[in-house]
Design a protein around this ligand. Structure first.
Ligand code: GDP
Ligand code: IMO
Ligand code: MG
Length: 445
């Protein structure tokens, strides 16, 4: 299984960064394929915390190569800031970090329009990160986007920036009553970025495909989560890219035949940041408690994340659309103090029961009458954060993991019990451990 892809199975922030950092040991090249500065991937090594937005989470391993693929929306200012920050912390970014010449650039007008369009929406706002992601991908689809390669053709770049800024200014002034932007200033700014980015820019599509030919192992890094996918998520409360594994082929420029294994990362509970339906959201004390214990504050915007129980209906859907081979469960330790743990196995709405994740937001929202149907399992009420083997995990924690395996019909091959790289359990088989718990399986209940 040479190449693999890591995706989030919920609404993002599942702990992908930590898992990619761990999996990097087994791969040669780590490739981000979609999203942009909206992502915040946290890696903690010996207490040192790194939050990566554009640069792949494999960058902390000195002998690996990292690629920002053609599907990523690149804000050059953010990229250069991230590079500088890593350099300051003695992380090498020389000769091991490559940026696709085909990737689209985020411009100041994208960020401005993102923020203005959100403020216009009032109650219906998506709660975007304000990083210009939606408008940048909209321009890409409208065929007026500007790619990294254009930075190196000054006259052409000048023309494109002038055309776009003049068009956006009509929107800014006419629709939002905002001050116009100067295309000349933006052009000068991006010309300067061009020089600073030059050492990293290359034909990453050629690079990755040649590496595949040379039997190098590639790990594709997904950002956001499957339920935020533009085609398959809770539209319109989604991001503007394909956050599922399907995005990896087009976002890295490889054949889908080159993605051999899909890892799905899921939290032991659910979080969501921004607007949109969230059937298992716990708004009272439980929500607050999970937020505090899990440190559930956005890695990019610092916003408090909405929290609730594990939603197996939603994750089952994510497992299906990604074709997940192995699931990875994170933040199990956050549930250590719960007396009982709940799992949503269906939704009840207007007298009807839904066991399949529906596209209809009315069915998914509490205001539309959606009520989650919960199964309850006993909690374990022991500290799991020191556990590094299945044998060390409390039997009730194993019971919960197996319950999830059964209900999702998937193997869980890694369990994360803390922020640090070392806080990980990689069992050979969770199923065999059931024998020691003497608990009935989910199907027997
Ligand atoms: P990502 O966007 O999927 O990479 O996830 P984020 O980094 O945005 O959010 C996950 C947060 O949980 C980060 O602060 C991680 O350091 C932290 N984290 C990851 N795994 C675990 C875990 O197993 N236990 C705890 N307590 N924290 C974790
Ligand atoms: P990682 O990679 C969680 C959410 C935003 C908003 C919606 C659209 O760290 O898991 P956007 O700025 O993309 O137009 O916002 O998507 N969102 C994320 N939520 N984790 C992320 O990334 C996210 N990236 C975007 O909060 O609801
Ligand atoms: Mg995140």
């Amino acid at each position: 299984m040479p190449n693999a892809c890591v995706v989030g199975l919920q609404w993002g922030d599942e702990g992908k960064g930590k898992i990619i950092d761990i999996l990097t040991d087994e791969y040669d090249i780590i490739v981000r394929y979609q999203g942009g500065g909206n992502a915040g991937h946290t890696v903690v090594v010996n207490g040192a915390k790194f939050v990566l937005h554009l640069i792949p989470s494999g960058i902390l391993h000195p002998n690996k190569k990292c690629v920002i693929g053609n599907g990523v929306a690149i804000d050059p200012a953010l990229f250069l800031e991230e590079v500088e920050e890593l350099r300051k912390r003695n992380i090498s970014v020389e000769n091991n970090l490559f940026v696709s010449d085909r990737a689209h650039l985020v411009f100041p007008y994208h960020k401005l329009l993102d923020q203005l369009s959100e403020s216009e929406k009032g109650q219906e706002k998506i709660g975007t990160t304000g990083k210009g992601i939606g408008p940048c991908y909209a321009d890409k689809m409208a065929r007026v986007g500007i790619r990294v390669v254009e930075l190196y053709h000054p006259e052409h770049l000048e023309r494109l920036i002038q055309r776009n800024v003049e068009e956006k200014n009509r929107l800014l002034q006419g629709l939002y009553n905002a001050a116009p932007l100067s295309w000349k200033e933006i052009y000068e700014e991006y010309r300067a970025y061009a020089d600073r980015m030059a050492p990293y820019v290359c034909d990453t599509v050629g690079y990755i495909n040649e590496a595949i030919k040379a039997s190098k192992r590639i790990l594709f890094e997904g950002a956001q989560g499957s339920l935020l996918d533009v085609d398959l998520g809770t539209y319109p409360f989604i991001t503007s890219s394909n956050a599922t594994a399907c995005g990896a082929a087009s976002g890295a420029g490889v054949s889908p035949k080159q993605i051999h294994k899909i890892y799905g990362v899921m939290k032991a509970y659910t979080t969501r940041v921004g607007g949109g339906p969230f059937p298992t959201e716990a708004e009272g004390a439980l929500g607050e408690h999970l937020r505090e214990r899990g440190g559930e504050f956005g890695a990019t915007t610092g916003r408090p994340r909405r929290c609730g129980w594990f939603d197996a209906v939603a994750v089952k859907y994510a497992v299906m659309i990604n074709g997940v081979d192995e699931a990875i469960l994170t933040k199990l330790d956050v549930l250590d103090d719960q007396e009982t743990v709940k799992i949503c196995v269906g939704y009840k709405c207007n007298g009807k029961i839904y066991e399949r994740f529906p596209p209809d937001l009315a069915i998914l929202s509490a205001s539309g009458g959606c009520e989650p149907i919960y199964e309850e399992v006993p909690g374990w009420r022991q500290d799991t954060s020191h556990c590094t083997s299945l044998q060390e995990l409390p039997s009730m924690a194993i019971n919960y993991i197996q319950y999830l395996e059964e209900i999702l019909d998937i193997k869980i091959t890694m369990i994360s019990v803390g922020q640090d790289r070392r806080q990980i359990v990689r069992p050979d088989s969770v199923s065999s451990a059931r024998l020691s718990t003497n608990l009935p399986s989910y199907r027997d209940r």
